[in-house]
Structure formats: structure tokens, C-alpha cells
Write a protein that binds this ligand. Structure first.
Ligand SMILES: [Zn+2]
Length: 414
């Protein structure tokens, strides 16, 4: 019987003393009284070293574990403190839960696996926990997994990017491995100091191995990269540059829309309002309606169509790459400068400024599809995990879903 409950409750290296069905505050629950097996008793929760006992701590403690059928279940045990020569007086380690956790390994791993795969509302309802608890669990589990592998080993080509969260009030700096597409590092903030923290973690040896670094136009990234990995070729991520052009195109469209509305041409203004996707999507992805919209713009709104062609041509620069890309870029710059579209004239100046970095991108055929995919994923994640207020929880969610730090579902591996 004890053996069955050990399996059901997900507690290894423990002795089951009793299992009871109780009712507390109108809720039925199963409480399993347990204690660690002898060889797992009296160990430091930080280093697992066997230590002298200190005191009884705060007495009995409960850890939530997976429901047994439909009933909530808890593991209950003493939580004595020990005195570790290295870590001082700490609560003794228990074999069924992480230090500081109020739920068992199996509960936390299940919760974290779900956080990577399901909506938070589903997790909260299924496991009967708050979002805050989900955030705390994910943070602890990801930190635990991150401590067991070297995320930064063998990096050669990386992309450094920034992601806004909490509706643009906070930022994360993220580092993606171009070769695997994996998010390898994330830190709170967007400044050179944050990028330097990444290089500190990578170490001088690891930094010296970097061959290529891509980024957006942020000088604070460039400064830290030139300082810590001067041998690496620094390039601009094409998707950021195309995004600048899309922004300039949007400005032209909005300006024209306001103009049409102001002069009472409501019909034309309404048509234009629905045109954004026709202008922003890649031409090969347009549907019939969008193609018609685009043809209409070509006929009636020459300025807007010029802006559209400029955006598309800039995209072609990065599709071409190499010498051909450089020639196209030179042609693009000349065209944009005399386009009489203020947004594009300004963009031409910006691109002129970054020309050496863009040439690096073209020369080294730095493909950034994976950095872009990660960027897109993280943008969606910041909305989905909006309740994750602390940067630590947000970083944990990012590393969980893009960094490969996802636990296995308990009991599934042989
Ligand atoms: Zn210790």
C-alpha cells in the first residue's frame, strides 16, 4: 500500500507514515504524512551535504502534489533546519521538492510543462493555482534546469535583440543562437550594462569564439559587442531594417488617410484604411482582394505606391545579399533620398549611417530567420504572460519556451 501511494504522490526516497482523507475549510484533501529515508535526512538544501541538525524550524510543512483523481493532495512532513558549514542555518533538503518550493517536483514539473503548452487560464483552472503561483513555479523550475546545463557553450553566431514587456514599460535584452535558433540568454534592461552581463556570463574565452553578431540599430548593443568581442563581424538584422521601412510606409499611408478625410473624400479614405495588409504583406502572400487593392493604389495614390515599392525594394536587397545586394542598396538609397517622402528620406539617412554594418550583413549572408522567429514568439509571449509582472518570471517564460528549458512530464520517461 505504501509503495502504491509513493508512486501516486510522486515521492521518492520517502517513507509514507500515513495517508488520510480530511476536510479543511470545506475542502476535501488527501494528506500524506511522510519523512525522508534515512540517507536523505539532514542534508543542506543548497549543496546536499550532510550536516548537523540545528532545530525544528517552523514545524510541520505541506507541499502540494498532483491531485489523486479528483481530490487535492498534499505531502506533509517536518521541516527541520540544519547547519551547513558553507551555507549556514538552512531548512533541510527534502527529496520530493525543490528548496523553497511549496509543491512537489511532480507538481512543479507538470505546471511548468503546461505553461509551455497551454493557456494560463487553463493551467490555473486545472491545477487550482493562481497565476502568481504559476509564475513562481516556472521561475524556480527554469532556474533549476538552467543550472544543470551550459546554455552558452559553443556559441559562434548570435543575434542580440530587445523585447518590450509590461506594455512597453520594461525591456528584456535577449540573445539568440543563429545556428540553433535557441534563446540562450535573457536579461532585464536595455543598455550596454545589460549586454556586458551576457558577455560576463559567456566569459572571455567564449566571447573570443564569437564570429558573427547581429543586432538592430541600437548603439548600446554595438558598443558592448565591440568592447567584448571585437573580432566578431557585427551586422544589422535585416528584419529590423525592413520593419523600419514598413513603419515609414505606415506613416505615408496615415498621412494620406488624414488628408483624404480632411478634404471630405470619405470613400477613398475608407478604402485606404483597409489597405494596410495589402501594403505590408510580402507580395507573394497577397490574396486576390489585396492584389486588387494594391493595383488601385498604384493607379490613384502614386506617393503611397512609391512608398510601397521602396519598402519592397529594400526587402529585395536582403534577399539578394552579396555584391548584388550592395548594388541594389546603392540604388535604393538614391531613390529614397529623392522620393519626396519625408519618412523615407529620413530612413535613407539612417541606412547611410549604418551602411558598413549592413554591408557586413550582406557580405556574410547573415540569415536572421531564427532571430526573427524568436522575436515574434517573444512578442506574443509578452502579451500572453502579461500577468507575469517580474522580469525574472518573464525571462523564465522566455527560456522555457524558446531556450529548451522545459521539463519532461513526470512519469513519462522510462
Ligand atoms: Zn550547504
Amino acid at each position: 500500500m505504501a509503495r502504491v501511494f509513493k508512486r501516486l504522490l510522486g515521492v521518492d526516497y520517502a517513507v509514507i507514515e500515513s495517508v488520510d482523507l480530511v476536510e479543511e475549510r470545506g475542502e476535501e484533501m488527501i494528506i500524506a504524512a511522510v519523512r525522508p529515508v534515512r540517507c536523505r535526512r539532514s542534508r543542506c538544501s543548497r549543496c546536499e551535504r550532510r550536516c548537523a541538525g540545528y532545530d525544528g524550524g517552523d514545524g510541520r510543512r505541506r507541499w502540494r502534489t498532483l491531485d489523486l483523481g479528483t481530490v487535492k493532495a498534499y505531502v506533509e512532513a517536518d521541516a527541520p533546519r540544519v547547519r551547513c558549514p558553507q551555507h549556514g542555518v538552512v531548512v533541510a533538503a527534502v527529496p520530493w521538492a525543490r528548496p523553497g518550493a511549496r509543491s512537489t517536483y511532480v507538481f512543479e514539473d507538470t505546471c511548468t510543462w503546461l505553461a509551455a503548452h497551454a493557456a494560463f487560464t487553463v493551467i490555473a483552472a486545472l491545477l487550482r493555482v493562481s497565476w502568481r503561483t504559476v509564475a513562481a513555479i516556472v521561475t524556480r523550475v527554469v532556474a533549476d534546469l538552467a543550472g544543470k546545463t551550459d546554455q552558452l557553450a559553443g556559441l559562434r553566431r548570435i543575434g542580440i535583440d530587445e523585447i518590450a514587456h509590461r506594455r512597453g514599460h520594461r525591456y528584456l535584452t535577449v540573445v539568440v543562437d543563429h545556428d540553433t535558433g535557441r534563446l540562450v540568454w535573457a536579461g532585464s534592461g536595455r543598455d550596454s550594462a545589460t549586454v556586458r552581463k551576457f558577455f560576463d556570463a559567456l566569459g572571455a574565452e567564449g566571447s573570443a569564439l564569437l564570429t558573427h553578431v547581429s543586432a538592430d540599430g541600437a548603439e548600446w548593443i554595438h558598443i558592448a559587442v565591440r568592447e567584448r568581442a571585437p573580432q566578431a563581424v557585427l551586422g544589422l538584422d535585416p528584419f529590423h531594417i525592413v520593419a523600419w521601412a514598413t513603419k515609414a510606409l505606415d506613416e505615408v499611408r496615415r498621412g494620406l488617410w488624414n488628408e483624404l478625410r480632411g478634404s471630405g473624400r470619405k470613400d477613398q479614405a475608407a478604402t485606404l484604411k483597409g489597405s494596410r495588409w495589402a501594403l505590408v504583406k510580402n507580395p507573394e502572400d497577397l490574396n486576390i482582394d489585396q492584389r486588387t487593392t494594391l493595383a488601385g493604389i498604384a493607379k490613384d495614390n502614386k506617393a503611397l505606391y512609391r512608398a510601397y515599392l521602396l519598402k519592397e525594394q529594400l526587402r529585395m536587397v536582403f534577399a539578394a545579399k552579396g555584391e548584388e545586394g550592395k548594388q541594389l542598396l546603392a540604388g535604393w538609397l538614391a531613390w529614397a533620398k529623392r522620393s519626396r517622402l519625408p519618412g523615407f528620406v529620413k530612413l535613407a539617412r539612417t541606412i547611410e549611417k549604418y551602411r558598413p554594418l549592413i554591408w557586413n550583413t550582406l557580405d556574410h549572408a547573415m540569415s536572421n530567420a531564427r532571430v526573427e522567429a524568436t522575436n515574434t514568439h517573444l512578442r506574443v509571449l509578452t502579451r500572453r504572460a502579461y500577468g507575469f509582472h517580474s522580469p525574472e518570471a518573464m525571462i523564465a517564460m522566455a527560456m522555457l519556451t524558446r531556450g529548451g528549458l522545459c521539463p519532461e512530464l513526470p512519469g513519462r520517461t522510462a
